[in-house]
Design a protein around this ligand. Structure first.
Ligand SMILES: Nc1nc2c(ncn2[C@@H]2O[C@H](COP(=O)(O)OP(=O)(O)OP(=O)(O)O)[C@@H](O)[C@H]2O)c(=O)[nH]1
Length: 398
């Protein structure tokens, strides 16, 4: 690479990392987009600048000081990067493992620098970067592997795999290729090709994190579009879409049931305890019901205190299964009063269960039948489940 000299590459890399840190800070502080992950990424980029000797602004500094700063900054950079990945993926994993690797790596680095064995610090750094890089690959894959298309997930994960691999290869060459110790002692710069490769990997990692952030934003927007803001159940429009999709599946033999539910005497909660208590009651009911439903079930808020659950069925015509689910939901709500400012508010709800009709594009027939059963449950005294008596919803609506 005759057209590129190493100091130029290092300066370009320092400039890129400085600007990337500024961009992440702007996103985090001014726009409040992924603020914690953004701050961690900004710190990681600044650590990267230090690890590369800030372009060549440390040129006049004593070699041991430069080496110590560079190795510790590289370790810090990769630690911060992994923390940022976890924040971006909203991982609940505690950072204890990262703290351990950071602590052990830091002590080993310190010992290596003090020992005067020239190969020790870069070897420790390479091992730590390889370990942290592979952790990032594993976590990235766990977080997005089955939520994004395969090529996109591979593309986003690849730079972290490249980081781990390059650190491994560097560790191996330190051990196996003669002459490295002398090069480190004489403070020889890496080749231009090597410097460019590291620069490209750093830039690719930044792009991966940006892609992750955009994906998170899209997920957030979709969440806001599809969810009722108070209870986080599906909103009416999203539920209608889920129902239309389920109706389409019904043609292919995949059955489902509708469970319409309505909180009993909800107006009294508002009237006696105030609107905030009513809001808390709605949230409480959804919490209790969601806990009793499976991941494949969809719970939607149709409006006010009326909800509907769509339950995919293993056996298409089996009304007994959704009836049992509705009974369980009824019983669990009745058994778990809401604690409202020290007062136990006993809440109950009425349920109507029905099967959908084939060929009913938007599912209106099934909804009407479940609604009729709900009406019956209210009329029969509330806090009960009523199930459509005519089981064959496919051919003859009642
Ligand atoms: N706090 C709160 N109240 C709401 C919300 N949406 C609707 N409501 C109230 O829900 C109440 C519904 O009352 P009704 O339709 O009379 O039903 P109910 O009192 O539950 O009586 P039954 O259904 O017959 O048992 C009304 O007072 C609405 O103002 C909301 O988002 N928050």
């Amino acid at each position: 690479m005759d057209f590129l000299d190493i100091p130029t590459v290092l300066k370009a890399s320092a400039l890129f990392n400085g600007m990337a840190a500024l961009a992440w800070l702007t996103l985090a502080q001014l726009l409040r987009i992924a603020p914690r992950a953004g701050r961690l990424m900004a710190a990681a980029h600044l650590a990267r600048v230090v690890s590369q000797g800030c372009g060549d602004c440390m040129a006049g500094w004593p070699l041991p000081l430069r080496q110590a700063l560079s190795e510790f900054a590289l370790l810090a950079c990769v630690l911060l990067l992994l923390l940022a990945v976890r924040r971006m993926l909203r991982s609940r994993q505690r950072p204890r493992d990262i703290a351990w690797i950071g602590g052990v790596g830091g002590v080993a680095l310190g010992a290596g620098l003090i020992s005067g064995v020239a190969l020790a610090p870069p070897l420790v750094s390479a091992a730590a970067v390889a370990a942290l890089g592979s952790m990032a690959v594993r976590e990235m894959w766990r977080g997005i592997g089955d939520r994004l298309s395969r090529p996109v997930a591979i593309g986003i994960t690849l730079p972290f795999a490249a980081l781990a691999l390059m650190a491994l290869v560097h560790g191996a060459e330190l051990l196996l290729v003669p002459g490295w110790e002398a090069r480190i002692r004489e403070d020889q710069l890496p080749s231009a090709a090597r410097a460019v490769l590291w620069f490209v990997v750093t830039a690719a990692i930044t792009l991966s994190l940006i892609a992750l952030m955009i994906w998170r934003l899209i997920m957030r927007i979709q969440h806001l579009m599809h969810r009722d803001p108070l209870t986080l159940a599906l909103n009416r429009r999203a539920f209608a879409q889920a129902l239309a999709d389920a109706q389409a599946q019904l043609q292919r033999g995949r059955g489902f049931a509708l469970v319409m539910m309505d909180i009993d005497h909800f107006k009294q909660v508002n009237d006696q305890h105030g609107h905030p208590a009513g809001d808390a009651a709605l949230q409480h009911c959804v919490r209790v019901w969601q806990a009793g439903l499976r991941d494949v079930d969809r719970l939607g808020r149709l409006g006010g205190e009326e909800f509907c659950a769509l339950l995919p069925l293993a056996v298409p015509d089996d009304l007994a299964a959704p009836a049992a689910v509705a009974e369980r939901l009824r019983a669990s709500l009745a058994a778990q009063p809401l604690d409202w400012q020290g007062t136990a508010l006993r809440l109950t709800a009425s349920f109507g269960v029905a099967l959908p009709a084939v060929g009913d594009g938007q599912g209106e027939v099934g909804m009407a039948r479940a609604d009729a059963e709900l009406y019956r449950a209210k009329a029969d005294g509330r806090n009960r489940v009523c199930v459509a008596t005519h089981l064959d919803g496919r051919t003859a609506p009642p």
